[in-house]
Write a protein that binds this ligand. Structure first.
Ligand code: IPM
Ligand code: MN
Length: 359
């Protein structure tokens, strides 16, 4: 298979972790006889520094001409601490999501036996935890009208959702649930928000088309608690943009580290794959960041290409590193391996398993 992959390393630890994914994809290509052509593009603070624009047109073009996008991370503290900045790195990612209509962000929450001791939760609570968050990604308060009144004393962020925006991700979430344990939980704040009541109405209506899927509804404040108290109850969690952002960071605690979680953003055009973590500026350039969130995002990219066996080989290699204690500093502050070393180990494992079982 011959595929074009747009690579956007981004800011902070983005380039370091993305390099490991490219290394892993190269090992996959070599072992399974594929060709992946990478086209590098800039976005975020690095793009502002180079061009003044967090999302240059050339980057959008590169994405549109590719079969998938691998993205690292975005954000730089020099903007976080300057509320008056008119151009911000995050605008690049938000605009790319909007332009490419990447309306569904899929965030699987897996747990690993080898890491259970890392979680602040008791092992018993982590048993049978296996759920997926479907986060709406191109609507809601992130994209509503924004305003700071001239005298600086009042600010506005509007939250808007249309039936169409809710329907398209809800359909995907139901279809996904049908392939899993057939349970869908809508997380909202329908006791307070009008947009949440519209979400409930749309989900209720569409549920008639998926009679094999059981649906429940949970207020987001309760969901935040249930994710900690009884995470095994969830299968597919469907929610709007900002609630999904918040509960997915919370849910990463179940896995053992935020650095482990991958995601896929899909829509009507080319799909984008990115770890859910941020740019972790304190670690940038130190070769200590966890590359597994990015590497597992590359596995989701392979799934998206229909390369299930290849994706499985990547996941098996990742599990092998975890089982053998080849982990980064976020997982083991005492005995740890560098970003590069973990990337090498995963790639080598894929390479060495040439003739052994996969799948
Ligand atoms: C994420 C990130 C982004 C978001 C930021 C960087 C804009 O936190 O992908 O979860 O809030 O969506
Ligand atoms: Mn986030």
């Amino acid at each position: 298979m011959n595929k074009k992959i747009a690579v956007i390393p981004g800011d902070g630890i983005g380039p370091e972790v993305t390099n490991q994914s490219v290394k892993v994809l190269d090992a996959v290509a070599k072992r399974f006889g594929h060709q992946f052509d990478y086209r590098y593009a800039v976005m975020g603070a690095v793009a502002i520094d180079q061009t003044g624009n967090p999302l240059p047109d050339a980057t959008v073009d590169t994405c549109l001409q590719s079969d998938a996008i691998l993205f690292g991370a975005i954000g730089d503290p020099k903007y976080d601490n300057n509320p008056a900045a008119s151009v911000r790195p995050e605008q690049g990612l938000l605009k790319l999501r909007k332009v490419l209509q990447l309306f569904a962000n899929i965030r699987p929450i897996d747990t690993y036996k080898a890491l259970q001791h890392m979680s602040p939760l008791k092992a018993k609570q982590l048993e049978n935890v296996d759920f997926v968050i479907f986060r709406e990604l191109t609507g809601g308060i992130y994209f509503g009208k924004k305003e700071l009144q001239a005298d600086g004393t009042v600010a506005v962020d509007e939250c808007t959702y249309s039936v169409e925006e809710i329907e398209r991700i809800t359909k995907l979430a139901f279809e996904y649930a049908q392939k899993r344990r057939k349970k869908l939980t809508l997380v909202d704040k329908a006791n307070v928000l009008e947009t949440s009541r519209l979400w409930r109405k749309v989900v209720q209506q569409l549920s008639a088309n998926y009679p094999d899927v059981s649906v429940d509804y949970m207020f987001v404040d309760n969901a935040a608690m249930q994710i900690i108290l009884n995470p095994a109850q969830f299968d597919v969690v469907l929610t709007e943009n900002m609630f999904g952002d918040i509960i997915s960071d919370e849910a990463s605690v179940l896995s053992g580290s935020l650095g482990l979680l991958p995601s896929a953003s899909i829509g009507n055009t080319v799909a984008l794959f990115e770890p859910i973590h941020g740019s972790y500026p304190q670690a940038a350039g130190k070769d200590i960041a966890n590359p597994l969130g990015s590497i597992l995002s590359a596995a989701m990219l392979l799934d998206h290409f229909g390369l299930q066996q290849e994706a499985m080989a990547v996941r098996k290699a990742v599990e092998w590193t975890l089982l053998n204690g080849f982990v980064s500093k976020d997982i083991d502050p005492v005995n740890n391996y560098s970003t590069t070393a973990i990337g090498d180990l995963v790639a080598d494992h894929i390479d060495r398993n040439k003739d052994s079982d996969v799948g």
